[in-house]
Design a protein around this ligand. Sequence first.
Ligand code: DAH
Length: 360
Amino acid sequence: MSDLTQLEEKILSDIAGADSEQAIETVRVAALGKKGAISERLKTLGAMTPEERQVMGPAINGLKSRVSEAIGARKQALHESAIDERLARETVDVTLPVRPSPLETGRIHPISQVVDEITAIFSDMGFSIAEGPDIETDYYNFTALNFPEGHPAREMHDTFFFSPDDTGERKLLRTHTSPVQIHTMEKQSPPIRIVIPGKTYRCDSDPTHTPMFHQLEGLVVDESANIANLKWVLQEFCKAYFEVPSLNMRFRPSYFPFTEPSLELDIQCDRSGSEVRFGEGDDWMEILGCGMVHRNILRNVGLDPDVYQGFAWGIGIDRLAMLKYGMPDLRAFFDADIRWLRHYGFRPLDMPTLFAGLSA
Ligand code: DAH
């Protein structure tokens, strides 16, 4: 058997044995590449006698074209089977039901919903939203808010204190959102119209108290803010939040160190049935504390109390949520129980707005 016949058999059997597109490429390079077996043979033609060349030229070139053709055919076959294999592997069963998206299964926590509802109402009235730190100093949580040293009102707050730091200062978890009043007035000059939603902390736990809870603070400071304005703002808020056309309110005198006079607000309700209804009935429910900003607070932030005056209020957000949506136990709000959230949670795309309805 001649050398060329042997070479051809060897290459053809390599071609037949190549089982991937990569393998056939290796065979091609070994035969027809620059230094491939057939290319090397072609190079020998130059050194041959014309007679030899007349025989060997067509023989080697014939071999080259047969091998190229065989490689091309094998390549094509391997390419097609690679596609077939991929099609078989990547089949999609279009009859399967569509998996529900997170938008269908996810729920917004009632606290987030109520914060969105409340901020929608106050934004509509021209208020901005302010925030402040959860970890506070004694100064912002108490002293600047006119709590005298050793005053029993400090004890009433059941404060969580941190261990003293290197300077001996004891930081604390804010017991109310009122310190943000001070931070805001230090940074911004009047007119100020803000609401402050946020987490607050007190050492307390029963069906209506948790160690961490939420408040919404409101603050208005300008040269003419007065109790009539306060009353109107709170009345509009209560009507919008409880989604009732009218609502009676009652103010009772109270005490907070940072307001003078201090008031508590009750709203009209009916508790005769299994649930509390607002805007009707002859019962009352306390919902918030409020008052005119104490002159000392204005002085503490460098405002002249003979020029500026303001009003403020603080509401428990969790309690507002319980009153509107009927949850019996506050502690379940923070248990992260998915069944509770499915029951009481809100659909993610149902953003509360005043024009489309808050809880619709
Ligand atoms: N900070 C008070 C508390 O947590 C609530 C409060 C009452 C806030 C009256 C106010 C206010 O801004 O004017 O008990």
